[in-house]
Write a protein that binds this ligand. Structure first.
Ligand SMILES: [Zn+2]
Ligand SMILES: [Zn+2]
Length: 255
C-alpha cells in the first residue's frame, strides 16, 4: 500500500491511496484541469482511478469533485449530508454512492473506514484505509480529538495528520477575532499541539510514516508542525513529513 498527496492546505486538498492495483482519490479541492496536471506528476491517468472519496463540502475538498467525476465518469462516495450541502446548484454526479459515516465498505481491494469528526460542515467524515495488511489513517478538518478518532487511528501504520495552525501564531495573526474563534474552536481545525497529543495516544511503534497536513500558510510554519509531532514521538524532526500546498508529498510506501 502506498499514498501520496497532490497538495494540502486551505487552497485545496487531494490525496491518492493505492493498493493492489486500486487507486482512490481522497477529496479534490482543485479544478479538473489542475488535478489532472497534479496526477500526471505522479504518473497517474484520471481514468485509472477507481473512485473519489469526499470528506466534506468545504471548497478546499469538494471544489473539483463534481466536474472531475463527470468528465471521467468516476464513482464518488460521500455522506448524505455532504452530498446535500455540496450538490446544490451543481449537475448530478454520474455514479454517486451515499455512505454511512460509521460503516466500513470496500472498493476493490481497499477497505475503507469512514469516521465522523467534529468540524463545521453538514456531515463531515475522515477515512482510514486498509489492504488487509497495512492501515493508513487520514485526519484533517477536525476541531478536536474524540475518543472515537483515537479508536480508529490507534493501530495505523501511517498517519496523515492535520496541523492547521500554531496556537500562538493564530492568536497574534491579522485574522478577525471571529475567524480566529472558528479556526481554533471545537468544530474548526487541529493545531500542532492537538495533533501531537493525538500521537501520544496511538501505538507509535507501528508508525512507518507521519505526515503533517493542511497547514495554514498564514498561521503555521512547517518546522513548528514537525517539531511538535517529533516531540510527541521522540523522533528526529526530519522524520516527520510535511505536506505543502503546491507539491503535496511524493509516494510513501507502507511495507
Ligand atoms: Zn479543509
Ligand atoms: Zn473544512
Amino acid at each position: 500500500m502506498r499514498f501520496a498527496s497532490l497538495g494540502s492546505g486551505s487552497q485545496g486538498n487531494a490525496l491518492i491511496v493505492e493498493a493492489g492495483g486500486t487507486r482512490l482519490l481522497l477529496d479534490c479541492g482543485f479544478s479538473s484541469r489542475e488535478v489532472t496536471a497534479r496526477l500526471a506528476r505522479l504518473g497517474i491517468d484520471p481514468g485509472g482511478l477507481a473512485a473519489i472519496l469526499v470528506t466534506h463540502e468545504h471548497a478546499d475538498h469538494v471544489g473539483g469533485v463534481f466536474a472531475f467525476a463527470r468528465r471521467h465518469r468516476l464513482a464518488v462516495y460521500l455522506t448524505h449530508g455532504t452530498h446535500r450541502a455540496a450538490a446544490r446548484g451543481r449537475a448530478a454526479l454520474p455514479d454517486c454512492h451515499l455512505i454511512d459515516g460509521h460503516a466500513v465498505f470496500a472498493i476493490d481491494g481497499i477497505e475503507v473506514r469512514p469516521y465522523p469528526v467534529p468540524h463545521d460542515a453538514r456531515e463531515p467524515v475522515q477515512y482510514a484505509f486498509s489492504d488487509g495488511d497495512r492501515c493508513l489513517g487520514v485526519l484533517t478538518d477536525s476541531g478536536s480529538i474524540t475518543s472515537h478518532i483515537i479508536d480508529v487511528l490507534r493501530l495505523c501504520d501511517g498517519l496523515v495528520l492535520e496541523c492547521n495552525h500554531d496556537q500562538e501564531l493564530l492568536a497574534t495573526s491579522r485574522y478577525p477575532a471571529q475567524l480566529k474563534q472558528r479556526i481554533g474552536g471545537r468544530f474548526g481545525h487541529l493545531e500542532n499541539g492537538q495533533a501531537a497529543a493525538l500521537l501520544r495516544q496511538v501505538d507509535a511503534r507501528r508508525l512507518q510514516h507521519v505526515v503533517a497536513a493542511h497547514l495554514s500558510q498564514e498561521n503555521n510554519r512547517p518546522h513548528l508542525a514537525a517539531r511538535a509531532l517529533a516531540l510527541a514521538l521522540d523522533c528526529a524532526e526530519e522524520w516527520i513529513g510535511v505536506a505543502d500546498q503546491e507539491g503535496g508529498f511524493g509516494w510513501r510506501q507502507l511495507g
